[in-house]
Every structure is written in structure tokens, then in C-alpha cells.
Design a protein around this ligand. Sequence first.
Ligand code: ADP
Ligand code: MG
Length: 661
Amino acid sequence: MSLIEIRGITRSYQVGGSELKVLKGIDLSIEEGEFVAIMGPSGSGKSTLMQILGLLDRPTSGKYHLLGLDVSRLTDDQGAILRSRTIGFIFQMFNLLSRTSALDNVALPMIYSGAPNRAGRALDVLTQVGLADRLHHKPNELSGGQQQRVAVARSLVNHPKIIFADEPTGNLASDQAEEILGQLQLLNRGGITVIMVTHEPDIAAHARRIIRLKDGIIVADELTTASLGSPSLEGSRSPLPEGTGVRLDLSHPELSLAEFKEFSASALRALGANKVRSALSMLGILIGVGAVIAMLAVGKGAQKAIESRIASLGSNLVMLIPGSTTVGGVHGGSGTRSRFTLEDVKAISKIPHVSRVEGNVSGSGQMVYKDQNWSTQITGATPLYAAMHNAQPYYGRFFTDEENLHLDRVILLGQSVINNLYPKKENPVGTVVKLNHINFLVIGILPIKGSTGFRDQDDMVIIPLRTAMKRVVGKVYVDNISVEADGPESINRVIADVQRLMRRRHHLPDYKDDDFTLRNMADIQATLAGTTQTFTLLLGIVATISLLVGGIGIMNIMLVSVSERTREIGLRKAVGAARRAILSQFLIESAVLSTMGGVIGIIMGMTVSFTLSKFAGWAAIVTPQAVIMAFVFSASVGVIFGFWPARKASLLSPIEALRYE
Ligand code: ADP
Ligand code: MG
């Protein structure tokens, strides 16, 4: 069987509802090593025939055997692989990838065929066409003739058996045309079958056989004088290594590292060529990811702050405060405020599972040190306070039971008080301050607790309880009682016991509500955890919406990109790209786009949250999980929303893509 055998090939197009018959039954055999020119007037079907022979197009009817293979049985992807291993194309319009060096243009088909040593082979063929000194020039830095020589080199790079050239000299000046024709003749003498479409007789004269087409049928098929002028042809032809049979392994190779690299590089080139457009289309993802990162960081920071605030209040703690819990604004009881006494404290301390009890009074006080003065909150407490409320002084000491009993005038200062009373940064411990005109000896500095948002917890001083009651605020009652259970599991029992005890001590009949409230710190924690969950849910909704919007932006721009680069897709398919390769290329491109948006968004979000935390005074915590999540989400948005445009690109027919205007 011949290299190329076609029988009864027809090709018709549907144009405006009617059928246009372009090829009307073509029979043709071409042997290995021939140099054939297909001639004919414009519109006679030369390109159509060549595209069918080159597996870029399928005939409407008829049989085509290439290398003995019935190509009508091949899938599109198998056709692509067969094309990349046996066929090279040269087009009138050169069809080089712009913004890509001559070397990379030539190496492109090897990426799809998976051949090794791309750079070396590309250099060889570029040297062969005389362009060894133009390797890194881009197409717009080359003359038309040089561009076509790059295209010739590209057609050769995969050691083709056949080269198809469609009007290869149509866009060239005559000396450059001669040069290209010389190259083709040289290749033919090296054993490659050359099939060239032209409408110029003097160009066709370089071939050894001329087939003339007219209105879709062959009207003449003759040998030229060129064939007579080279009698030693048969002898000089190098035998093809595989003989006439082609290796029938037409399975798709996996996405190789080389392909991945080329696709990423081409994605970056395409994005770089449209910087403003790319930046704008990233904006949706960028803002979405940035907002989510910032909100997560601030939320996490707030949660951490609240948790440590609660921990600093003490664990296993139950607070007994006067007044009933108001429900709908209605106070239970007679309206008189209940009060707690030191006897209540003593009674509660006898309840089982209560480890420590402590009554506190509070009031406000005016402090003076030298010429500074400051008004602050006073807490009167017993030495138990330090352990129960995590208030061990970080410098100095707490007062003792003795000092409390003797109504000693000793005081511990919170950090905010120190900041205001001691602007010269002297050590407060050992100094004497005035609190409501009474001299107090400073014995310790309270640990820093931070702000709850409503109240600065460091703007306080602590003095012994009895000193406070008798000398400073003048109260005979305590304002609240802190009860500590001996473990988390006994908290509920302690609450019930304290409630029963207090009702009895306050002589409350059954029909009356409590005139006090027991507040469990664990409950507060649970409430906050619930708030955090709501916050997380809201955040999730915001993230989903913003990623959706960002994804649509990316899909839109990818559709634009696909239609802009239709010719490039056609070229890539012509040189052997399978569907999967085109799909991967555009998926990588949209993933790069969205991931870049995501990464910039992460950086922006971190910047925003750190700035916020600086000015707002709370910590922003950017967790690695948040960053990884944002990264993964933005990358997958690219893949998901890029899929449709990429699939659209991969399904383009090579020949329609190449003809796309
Ligand atoms: P040429 O011999 O100049 O290379 P072509 O093979 O390109 O001619 O085209 C042959 C005829 O087929 C022309 O009349 C052209 O209008 C028609 N044709 C080519 N491609 C299409 C198409 N995709 N749809 C409809 N008509 C087409
Ligand atoms: Mg044509």
C-alpha cells in the first residue's frame, strides 16, 4: 500500500442551509519520498484536500489510508498523536506563537509528543534552517522569511515522514520564497515526503509531481522536469527507520512535567500580555479572599481575647450577684435590692464541694501620687482573691489575712493606674499613694488583663476587704460573692446548693423569685462559643458569595482568552496537542489567575488585619489553616470556573480554529 491512499473523498459544507460541495470525489495515491505540488485556482479545494490529508479535517465520505491505517477509525486524540509523530505543517501565515522565542516555538510539538532532549533537537533543526543565531528572537523580531524558516524547523522537529505546506511562500518576497523552496527540496532529498499547495506555476515547478485541482476534482496529475533532473533520487533516499508501518501505540501520554512547565509559562505569558485585564479579573477573588482572611483573623483574635479574659476571671467560678435576672425587664421581688453579708460568705463556705468563697466590695476612688491624680475602681478583697481570680501580682506581693484583719492600708495597683500615676516610670512598689485622701502603701502590681471592650480591667486597685468596708467605701455589706467549686463536674450541684441556701437565708417563700443571680462562667463560655459558630457561618456565606463572584469574573475572562487565542489553539492542535492537553493548558491558566488573586488576597488580608489590630488594639490571629484554606479555595475556583472555557477550547476543531478570524 502507498504512504497515502484516498478513494472517493468528498467534502461538503453546509452554507446557509444549502450544501456546498467542495471536493467531489478524489482518488489519489502518494508514495513515500515524493514531492507533490497541488495546484489549482483559488477556491478549487486545495487547502481542504490538504487538511484532510493532514488529519486536520475529516472527509464527508470516502476512504483514507495513511501508512496503511484507516484513519476514519481513529478518534480525534489518536489523530492528534498520529499527526504529531508523522506529519509536519507549514502554513502561509507562519502561525508561530507570539511572545515566544524561536527555540520554544520549534520545541512546541515535542512537548505534545513527549520526545526527549527538546532544546538540543530544536537547536539542531534551527541550525539546519540557518537560524542558529536567532534562537531567542520572538516572531515580531524576525523577518517574514525567517519566521517561515522557524515554521519549517518546527515542522521537522518530530522527525516527520510527511510535510504539508499550504502556500508556504504566499507571504514571502521571491528571494525568501526561493530559500524556503530550497529547504523543502533538501528535506525531500533526505527522504521526507513533501506535499505543497500553491497556485503559482513557477513554485510548483520545484516539485516532482503536480496534481491539478479544479472545482473539487483532479483534472491533471503529471511528473515535472524536476523529477527528470534528479535521477539519483531513489538511491539517495534514506530508508525510514520504521518502514511503512507505523507504531500503533496511539494511547495518550499522561500530562508530563514538560507540558506542565510549558502550560504554566504560556499562562504567565498570556496573563503578562494583558496585565490590566488579568489584574481586574483577579480582583473578585482577591477581595473575597482578603476579606475572609481579615475577618477570620480578627474573629479568631477576638475569640482568643475573650477566652483568655474568661480564663482570667477564674475557672470553676460561680458569681453570686444581687438582684434577680430580669426577664422582659420585670424585676422579681419587692424591688428592694438584696444584699449579702459576711455571714452569707461563711455559710456558703460550709456547702460541700465548695473549695473557696470570697466576698468583694467595690467602689470608686480618687488616687493621688505627687502631682498626678487619677480616679479608678476599687475592689476590696480577701487574700483568696489572688488565686480565685488569677490575680497573683506579677511584681511585689498580695496582702495577708493579718493585714486584712488589722485594716492595714496596703494597696495593689493595676497597670493602667500605674501608667497614669507614675509618668516617670518609677517603681510604684514601696511608694505611698493617697486613695480618697487616705495614705496607702503600694505592695504589688496586678497582672495585665486587657480590656473587655466595655471596661479596662487594668484600671483598678485592690485593697483588703475590711479596710475597704470600714475605711474607704463605708459598706457593711459585700457587693458580690465568688464561689469556687472543687471541679467542673460539681459546679451545677454547688449552684443548686447555693441557691437553696440563699433563698433560705433571705426567707424567700416558694412563690417568690430569687432576689439574687448565680452566674456560671462555664455558661458564659458556652454562649460565646455559640456566637463564634454564628460568626463562622456568616463568614462562610461571605466567602462563598465572594468566591462565586470571583469565579464568574475568571470564567468570563477565560472565555475571552479562549476566543482570542482560537488560532493558537488550532496551531497547537495541528502540531499534535490532544484535547486533554488543551484542556490542561487553559485549566492551568485559570488556576494560575485565581491562585495569584488568592495569594495577593491573602497578603492583603494579612496586612489589613495586622493594621486593624494595631489601631483597634486587639490581636488579629492569621492561622496557617486559614491561609491554606484560602489558597486551596482560590485555586479550585480557578479550576472549577475555568473548566467550561477550557473544555470549549479543547473541543474546537483544529481546522476551524486555524481559519478563525
Ligand atoms: P483553496 O483551493 O483556495 O485552498 P479551499 O479549500 O480553502 O480553497 O476552499 C474551497 C471552497 O470551500 C471555497 O469555495 C470556500 O469558500 C469553501 N469553504 C472552505 N471552508 C469552508 C467552511 N468552513 N465553510 C463553508 N465553506 C468553506
Ligand atoms: Mg487555500
